[in-house]
Design a binder for this molecule. Structure first.
Ligand SMILES: *Cc1c(COP(=O)(O)O)cnc(C)c1O
Length: 228
């Protein structure tokens, strides 16, 4: 029998708790972002009913449509985790609580300017390209310190930490190596208030937690296979 969404969610929470224990980290030190791209609003609603609060979306139009359907769930915290076009920053600055995929100063400046004044500062992670590959997203490690200093100075943003999507590999040692690189990059940034490592997905969240992840972004293990 296929598991229900609530069963999947609890199984992922169990994996997170087991990894926290294995890492010698306090229970509850790792937060779960349920990545709901391609999933219908009804699936998000079911996850909310099972106690989930943080949701990650990659595509702006799709996310905005689901936010409208879920306007009666104000407790949801929305995380934007997809590529950002600089002409689409206003709705992102308006309708999200976190943005994990900032990799250019121009985008950060626009998000800061466009963040509505009645909302708290927008939480930001800088996306880092740690595997130096085909992926066009993410700032290089060499350029990270300068971008981080500039973003930290923007008034309506709150720089929280770093995000990465390493090249997929089934080898746990290679998974950990990539996540360790991101942790060391965060530790080397000499800035106040950095408390977030957004790393780890369905297939590698254990390795990420062993290397210090504070937020894991999990899609298929929570919702099942993507709808398209
Ligand atoms: C899709 C996606 C995830 C979740 O991936 P799964 O393998 O389904 O857990 C996490 N982060 C980002 C940026 C994504 O695009």
């Amino acid at each position: 029998m296929t598991p229900t969404l609530s069963e999947r969610l609890h199984a992922v929470q169990e994996r997170i708790h087991a990894a926290e224990r294995a890492a010698g980290r306090p229970p509850g030190s790792v937060g779960l972002i349920a990545v709901s791209k391609t999933q219908p609003a009804a699936a998000i609603r079911a996850a909310v009913q099972a106690g989930q609060r943080d949701f990650g979306e990659n595509y702006l139009q799709e996310a905005l449509a689901k936010q409208t359907e879920l306007a009666d769930c104000p407790a949801i915290r929305w995380h934007f985790i997809g590529p950002i076009q600089s002409n689409k920053t206003r709705p992102i600055a308006t309708h999200f609580d976190w943005v994990h995929s900032v990799d250019r100063l121009k985008v950060a400046e626009r998000l800061s300017e466009q963040r509505p004044s009645q909302k708290p500062a927008l939480n930001i992670c800088l996306q880092v390209n740690i595997s130096h590959e085909d992926s066009k997203s993410g700032i290089n490690l060499a350029e990270l310190p300068e971008l981080a200093r500039a973003v930290a100075a923007l008034p309506r943003l709150r720089l929280r930490g770093l995000m990465a999507i390493p090249a997929p590999t089934a080898d746990p040692a290679s998974q950990r190596q990539a996540f360790r690189t991101l942790r060391l990059a965060l530790e080397n940034l000499d800035l106040p208030g950095l408390d977030t490592l957004s790393m780890g997905m369905s297939d590698d969240l254990e390795a990420a937690i062993l290397e210090g992840a504070t937020l894991v972004r999990v899609g298929t293990a929570v919702f099942g296979p993507r709808v398209r």
